[in-house]
Design a protein around this ligand. Structure first.
Ligand code: UDX
Length: 436
């Protein structure tokens, strides 16, 4: 099928390449010339395992191209809209400027029978409003939210755990759902759940999923706060409750909390939208989820300061990690980088290292020092602080090896990713999050 993908950021670039990889002919469209130039050369504009390969393959096959010209969307049967919906600068709601602009620019290029498939994460009610503009062209709007995780984006797009299509009532909606089934033919063939809903439900599925995940993380971080004043160990607690299949162990990793381009902004936008709908109290707990999450960063800084006898002034602190999570170079709302910046603000000599995110971090926080190599960051450090649980800093960093690099013996584990006993046995004083 011929497809267009409007917006070639994280979501769009991966979607375009993934759709080409399953056999479609795809054009990716974005207003950012630099992004389009890079993608056209087959260069992934961010670190995402597997993306480089499918980009190169797609371009070589002639099925995948990129352009800044919206006119290139003409002739495609399905147009995916995957532009960003960042947090507004002066509030918590989502900034809809890019979605509105993308749809307005796309409309003149639509033909009757086309499908416009919204993928961006939007406030509930958006699709119904956009449909009023799309329907007069003879095209049908569907809402088809994206659940990809950074670091697994290609896999999540090619082989998702479910597909959701919000469609209008009636034959147009049924036809649109069938066309989406055709787009996602490999997933449909292997019986991946394909859930057809109305617009509002589809929009809500996405924000509800992210709100649930964020709540799960903040729940365990709240337990970490209680563990901290009782001497309990939150990691054992998580293991124990996680064995209950109704609870499950995933997303019960206590630590410095969640960040990134999705969870923080999505729960805030959801709360703001609920307020607009007169149902603010229904998701009032999301404010608490946000507050618990932000307190974990304070706690990590406090642990480092206390470990160093009350002040980090002029102390050398190695910060392992800058990305908001491993397998990503994304530093948007990264708790890791936030901890580094706060320690720097307290006068510490902070050296940050990360296998993928240094370049991005340096651009936003040039005041910090950076080391390309993990061992250079640790060398002569008074304290080692793990904030992004890359394997390089967990499994592949034996305490004995760290001991050869520095005489400092303080390790603060912001992700509860280290083997505490092994570090203690090697002579280090270990501090975890919500652990004795
Ligand atoms: C998230 C959703 O998982 C995905 O479905 C949605 O489409 C986009 O938002 P992503 O932002 O890539 O994906 O990251 P995710 O893996 O969810 O992690 C988010 C944050 O939570 C990270 O900072 C991570 O370190 C943190 N986290 C995750 C925890 O602190 N504890 C956990 O147990 C799990």
């Amino acid at each position: 099928m011929r497809l267009s993908v409007i917006g070639c950021g994280y979501l769009g670039a991966v979607h375009a390449a993934a759709m080409a990889s399953i056999g479609h002919e795809v054009v990716g469209i974005d207003v950012d010339q630099r992004k389009i130039d890079a993608l056209s050369k087959g260069l992934a504009p961010f670190f995402e395992p597997g993306l480089q390969e499918i980009l190169t393959e797609g371009i070589a096959s002639g099925r995948l191209s990129f352009t800044t010209d919206m006119g290139a969307a003409s002739g495609a049967q399905v147009h995916f809209v995957g532009v960003g919906t960042p947090q507004q600068k002066d509030g918590y709601a989502a900034d809809m400027t890019y979605v509105n602009a993308a749809v307005d620019e796309l409309i003149p290029h639509l033909s009757p029978g086309d499908i416009v498939a919204g993928k961006s994460t939007v406030p509930v009610g958006t699709a119904a409003t956009l449909a009023e503009r799309v329907t007069p062209t003879g095209a049908t709007l569907v809402w088809n939210p994206e659940f990809l995780r950074e670091g697994w984006a290609v896999q999540d797009t090619v082989d998702p755990d479910r597909l959701v299509a919000g469609v209008p009532a009636g034959p147009d909606g049924e036809r649109a759902a069938d066309i989406l089934r055709e787009v996602y033919h490999p997933s449909v063939a292997k019986n991946t759940p394909f859930i057809v809903t109305d617009y509002a439900t589809a929009e809500l599925v996405k924000v509800a999923a992210n709100a649930f995940l964020a709540t799960k993380i903040s729940f365990i971080n709240a337990m970490a706060e209680i563990a901290e004043v009782t001497g309990a160990d939150v990691t054992q607690l998580a293991d124990a409750i996680g064995h209950d299949a109704r609870i499950g162990r995933r997303f019960l990793g206590a630590g410095i909390g969640f960040g990134g381009g999705c969870l923080p902004k999505d729960i805030r936008a959801f709360a703001a939208r609920a307020e607009e709908l007169g149902r603010g109290e229904s998701v009032g707990f999301l404010r608490e989820v946000d507050a618990i999450n932000m307190r974990r960063r304070d706690r990590a800084v406090e642990l480092v300061v206390n470990a160093m006898g009350g002040s980090v002034f002029e102390k050398k602190v190695a910060v392992l990690g800058a990305a908001f999570k491993p397998h990503s170079d994304d530093i948007r709302d990264s708790p890791a980088l936030d901890v580094a910046v706060r320690l720097h603000g307290l006068g510490a000599d902070v050296i940050v290292t990360d296998p993928a995110a240094i370049e991005n971090a340096r651009r936003i926080h040039p005041q910090l020092s950076y080391a390309e190599e993990r061992d250079d960051a640790i060398r002569d450090a008074d304290a080692v602080v793990l904030v992004t649980e890359w394997d390089e800093y967990r499994r592949e960093l034996p305490a004995e090896h760290a001991s050869t690099l520095t005489t400092g013996r303080i390790v603060v584990d912001g992700r509860n990713g280290l083997d505490a006993d092994a570090w203690r046995a090697a002579g280090w004083t270990y501090y975890g999050m919500g652990r004795p």
